[in-house]
Design a protein. Structure first.
Length: 474
């Protein structure tokens, strides 16, 4: 690591429901786990000993990249002060975005979520879907095929009659319940599932209103539409929805612009700057461009602030407050390498994504091993040294450890003479039975409504972009 010109540390902790926390120090340029320790809570008193122990063993880092945990920030600041050497402290850009987003959006988003619960909208939709499922019974599977033939997502159509019409209304309702479709496995604040659910409900409400007023809708289908309309009615009758969602829309717009300025927006054409992928000079130039974009975004917020409402001013002030407090730790990723180590520059990764992915993999492995979803007990029993196993995937680390990868089996055999039990993965064969669904949105239905793109169909109906209505005969 001396030959690399120093070592940047990426420090992060992972756990399960506040227990079994594992603190890990990762060597950024090498990708090695340098230090790991079980801690009972993420506080500076328990974090600092591992920092000092790792520094004593591997020498001081040139940079420490950390998140914005209440215990980690003071622990690293005190560690740097006590080492009495020049160590740059950087904040992970992804965690900064998450930190700002939660502070910015949580209040209004919680109000929206509670409002949806107070009106029992989601529970009501699930209830009527289950009842319609029992009413249609085994015919659902045959009716899905007919819906797929009938539907045309690029234009609105009159609803069919009878059971096919009821099955279509059921699928439209399931589209509102499928509000996680566009989340891309992201969590709040990067996505707002309840806001997406509200938007789908308002669109579905408009589509119901159109079909209820349409003379070609037969009585059984009209009855189902009226029932669905009553469940969705609070999204229009309660003015609190509009007030909250307007405020939330503006706040999320500010948040998205911040992500775009930092090039951490998944919808942005410019991908995240990754160290080591291209020449360091070009990466350093891109980092400088990102820094300029953030300054421009900050100046634009200060300019716009004078022309918006008080609530929107408060949202802008929240972002400006975090930028003022943490902006100094967002930059400093370009490191000059001494001539003794080859000279030039190297780039420190601006996120802790690699160590976050490693922590996620650690949890996946534990879930496979134990078969449990909640890993609190497993992480409490996990030996301290388990994360060090990651290093055995690094050829340069193994070379130092035992000479070469070819020698690794013999080295392990000398440590552990017991043969590991073979693991068998039993793949459960899905049984295709024609039974009525017992949940409001089973996996097969979720795949079906996405396949036929019924959400776009509902939007066209809600917009009343309907050609001349003709009776439909399935």
């Amino acid at each position: 690591m001396k030959g690399d010109g120093g070592t940047p540390w990426h420090v992060d902790a992972t756990g399960e429901e506040g227990s079994g926390t594992v603190l890990i120090i990762d060597a950024g340029w090498r990708g090695w786990v340098l230090g790991t320790r079980k801690i009972s809570t993420e506080c500076k008193e328990q974090i600092k000993p591992l920092l000092h122990e790792t520094a004593d063993q591997f020498e001081d880092p040139c940079v420490v990249v950390r998140d914005y945990g209440k215990g980690l920030i003071p622990a690293i600041e005190e560690f740097v002060h006590e080492r009495n050497v020049k160590i740059i402290i950087l904040g992970c850009h992804t965690h900064f975005i998450k930190f700002v987003g939660k502070d910015l959006l949580t209040s209004e988003y919680s109000k929206l979520r509670q409002l949806i619960r107070n009106h029992n909208i989601r529970a009501g939709l699930k209830r009527i879907v289950r009842e319609w499922s029992r009413e249609l019974g085994e015919n659902i599977f045959e009716l899905k095929t007919k819906i797929e033939i009938w539907i045309s997502p690029d234009k609105a159509q009159p609803l069919p009659k009878g059971n096919l019409g009821l099955a279509t209304v059921r699928a439209m309702t399931q589209s509102a319940l499928d509000y996680l479709e566009n989340s891309k496995n992201q969590r709040f604040p990067f996505v707002m599932p309840h806001f997406e659910f509200y938007q789908r409900c308002t669109t579905l409400h408009k589509a119901c209103e159109f079909y209820i007023d349409h003379p070609l809708t037969d009585k059984p289908v009209l009855k189902a539409l009226n029932r669905l309309f009553r469940v969705l009615y609070p999204v229009f009758s309660d003015s609190s929805f509009e007030q909250i969602t307007q405020s939330l829309s503006y706040q999320f717009k500010l948040f998205t612009e911040l992500r775009t300025a930092l090039r951490l927006n998944p919808d942005d054409a410019t991908k995240e700057v990754m160290p080591g992928v291209r020449e360091p000079q070009r990466i350093a130039g891109e980092l400088n461009d990102i820094k300029k974009a953030l300054r421009k975004y900050k100046a634009e917020l200060q300019r716009v602030r004078r022309r918006v409402t008080q609530d929107n001013q408060n949202a802008i002030d929240t972002i400006l407050k975090h930028l003022k407090e943490h902006e100094k730790n967002l930059w400093g990723h370009t490191m000059k390498i001494p001539k003794s180590a080859g000279g030039g520059i190297k780039i420190v990764g601006r996120t802790n994504n690699e160590i976050e992915n490693f922590n996620g993999g650690l949890k996946r492995d534990e879930r496979k091993r134990s078969g449990r979803k909640v890993l609190s007990k497993d992480f409490e029993d996990l030996p301290d040294g388990v994360p060090l196993i990651k290093n055995l995937k690094k050829p340069d680390y193994v070379k130092i450890l035992c000479g070469s990868l070819d020698n690794l089996p013999d080295a392990i055999a000398k440590i552990d003479h017991t043969e590991r039990a073979k693991k068998y993965t039993k793949k459960t064969q899905s049984i295709n039975t024609k039974l009525s669904p017992t949940t409001s949105l089973p996996k097969s239905d979720r795949q079906f409504i996405r396949k036929i793109n019924i959400a776009e169909f509902i939007q066209n109906v809600a917009a009343q972009n309907v050609p001349k209505i003709l009776a439909f005969t399935p």
